[in-house]
Design a protein around this ligand. Structure first.
Ligand SMILES: O=C(O)CCC(=O)C(=O)O
Length: 202
């Protein structure tokens, strides 16, 4: 369902970008910081056409942290962001650019409802003061035009999240694996079977 909807809005070539579950259970009462999803993009050189579909798994109210949006912000630039508490291990970003949080539109939703936002829409979710709160986010993106002058957002250069560490470890392991395979086939080339079937050094 989210995919055809996103294709209608963004056009052909729209593909799933990420899915997330936002639990914000009772133990996690803090608000989701104000941010623009595009600030998370770390694939420089292209324009972004991305939208997110946020679906609460129960009624979303002010008390359990419904979404809130700054109307019209999708038409502006990506404002400055940083890692919350300046901690690069945190995946979230918070907007530290100039905007008026007091002008936010709250978006309570009934069960089964959904809210859509563009990747430049400034948004946040209020703190959860209830004992249940869960939501799903489906984010979809269309390949934007190539623009070499778009060099990426500086706050992403210093991120060191657990996911990035895992990816890095996986890449290193992958390289070792390839290097290992190259070494193995080089060795295999040096050992050619002799007429008697015994492997000899060539
Ligand atoms: O559910 C939340 O707390 C925030 C979700 C969000 O920021 C998003 O879907 O982009």
């Amino acid at each position: 369902m989210p995919w055809p909807l996103a294709v209608q809005l963004l056009g052909a070539g729209t593909v799933p970008w990420f899915e997330a579950r936002d639990p914000q259970a009772a133990a996690l009462r803090a608000a989701t910081p104000w941010h623009q999803d595009e600030a998370h993009r770390n694939d420089p050189g292209t324009e972004y056409e991305q939208l997110s579909i946020w679906m609460p798994l129960q009624e979303a109210t002010r008390e359990n942290g419904c979404m809130r949006y700054i109307a019209g912000s999708h038409e502006g630039p990506v404002l400055e962001h940083r890692s919350p508490n300046n901690d690069p291990r945190i995946t979230a970003l918070e907007c530290i650019g100039l905007f008026a949080p007091d002008s936010a539109t709250l978006c309570p939703l009934p069960p089964g409802g959904a809210a859509l936002h563009h990747c430049r829409t400034l948004h946040s979710a209020g703190p959860n003061q209830s004992d249940t709160r869960a939501a799903l986010t489906f984010s979809l993106s269309r390949a934007g035009a190539s623009r070499s002058e778009l060099t990426g957002y500086p706050w992403n250069a210093t991120k060191r999240t657990a996911a990035q560490e895992r990816q890095q470890a996986w890449r290193i392991a992958g390289c070792r694996g390839r290097a290992g395979r190259r070494a193995a086939s080089a060795l295999a080339r040096r050992f050619v079977p002799s007429a008697g079937g015994r492997a000899d050094v060539a």
